[in-house]
Design a protein around this ligand. Structure first.
Ligand code: CAA
Length: 385
């Protein structure tokens, strides 16, 4: 066992850090205030290969491992979490889902464009009345022989307005419960797809979050993903990997707030010495460092398990639960370290504190992660760590 990143992983980390600090940071406060979608920045992420990192190069991806993806997510999330959620959804939910479960035709037609970032994708599972209780899908897809007719409403969809492709989860046979659910590839310019206004959010404000309405949308049969009835398991499998991406985002938020706090504590003086030399501040920094490092171990381990082809359902839930809790706790502490400066936008930590909250909610709330973890324990799947 060793804990070092490989040369390739270090190079990815360096490239992501350079991009985040030099390209994303200068405009991040303005984009956040005005909810401006980062169009140019997303284009540059595509050029750098950050939007299809784990996809096989034959489909336009980077062919990298999950750890490389995690370290890139971490660096970008230290600065701009609107960009990192766009990146996470496209990589882990959309590209990975198609790469793993799509047909060759689906990969040629959709994955090649999504992995290069020419197109952006969205994952449409949540509904007004089906958030944590994801089996209660009200969106329906009626089988008409050579196509399905899709009707329903999806909520809080990241990349909702900017995506060219939606992966939509819908009920095709209510009598079968979760076994009657399917997943479909839907192009957003098809008749009957309506994108409602952009949500005005607490954090990740420049990311593109919308409610989507599907009204009699004709979906060709070849756009169903997997066997009939595979949709719920598809969503669960995709989300297991997605949670690694969001855990990495949370880790980046915590690390970003930590780095800012360490620097600030050495620059700012009070009572005749830098505040880093006051135990009240130094101990906060020590607590941050320990908790972040512990979270990092869980996040990297879940990515490593995925790369090893081992089960990572419990590990990714643990990583997300822990990293999001550390992000929330220590961004609040980072604001405290910065005092009055922490409360104003210019110093970045208040934005990271607002961004941290969503990591405890999306891709499964912290409570959902505890359901997944405890069920894995008591089913004996992951009894011993
Ligand atoms: N892999 C494969 N199959 C799985 C699975 C997994 N990881 N997890 C569950 N399943 C299977 C189960 O085995 C079961 O199948 P069988 O009956 O054939 O055995 C089936 O799925 C149903 O599982 P459960 O009985 O456990 O289902 P449940 O109703 O009790 O719900 C839950 C479990 C974990 C709470 C689940 O509903 C869940 O994860 N909810 C949260 C949904 C979520 O994360 N939403 C996020 C929205 S996406 C988003 O946020 C993206 C964004 O834009 C940022």
């Amino acid at each position: 066992m060793h804990f070092n990143l490989t040369e390739e992983q270090l190079a990815v980390k360096e490239a992501a850090r350079d991009f985040a600090q030099n390209v994303l940071k200068p405009g991040v406060i303005e984009r956040d205030i005005h909810m401006h979608y980062p169009t140019d920045e997303v284009r540059q992420m595509a050029e750098l290969g950050f939007l299809g990192m784990m996809v096989d190069p034959q489909y336009g991806g980077g062919g990298m491992d999950t750890i490389s993806y995690v370290v890139a997510m971490e660096e970008i999330s230290k600065v701009d979490n609107s960009c990192s959620v766009i990146m996470s959804v496209n990589n882990s939910l959309v590209c990975w889902g198609l790469a793993e479960f799509g047909t060759e035709d689906q990969k040629q037609k959709y994955l090649t464009k999504l992995a290069t970032g020419e197109w952006i994708g969205a994952f449409c599972l949540s509904e007004p009345e089906a958030g944590s209780d994801a089996t209660s899908q009200r969106t329906t897809a009626v089988d008409m022989g050579d196509h399905y007719v899709l009707n329903g409403t999806k909520n809080w969809i990241t990349n909702g307005g900017t995506s060219k492709v939606h992966l939509v989860i819908a009920q095709t046979n209510p009598e079968l419960g979760h076994r009657g659910i399917n997943a479909f590839i839907v192009e957003t310019d098809w008749e009957g797809v309506t994108v409602s206004a952009k949500e005005d959010k607490l954090g990740i404000r420049s990311s593109d979050t919308h409610t989507i309405l599907y009204n009699d949308v004709k979906v060709p049969k070849e756009n169903r993903i997997g066997e009939d009835g595979f949709g719920f398991k598809f969503a669960m499998k995709v989300l297991s990997g997605g949670r690694i991406g969001i855990a990495a985002q949370a880790l980046g938020i915590a690390s970003g707030a930590y780095e800012l706090s360490v620097n600030y504590a050495q620059e700012r003086s009070a009572f005749g010495k830098p505040i880093s030399q006051h135990q009240a501040i130094a101990f906060k920094i020590a607590d941050m460092a320990c908790d972040i490092e512990a979270a990092r171990m869980l996040v990297y381990r879940s990515a490593w398990l995925k790369d090893q082809g081992q089960n990572y359902d419990q590990a990714s839930s643990m990583a997300k639960l822990m990293a999001s809790s550390v992000a929330m706790k220590h961004t609040v502490e980072a604001v405290q370290v910065h005092g009055g400066y922490g409360f104003v936008k210019e110093y970045h930590v208040e934005r990271l504190m607002r961004d941290a909250k969503i990591t405890q909610i999306y891709e499964g709330t912290s409570e959902v992660q505890k359901i997944v973890i405890s069920r894995n324990i008591f089913k004996g799947k992951q009894l011993y760590l």
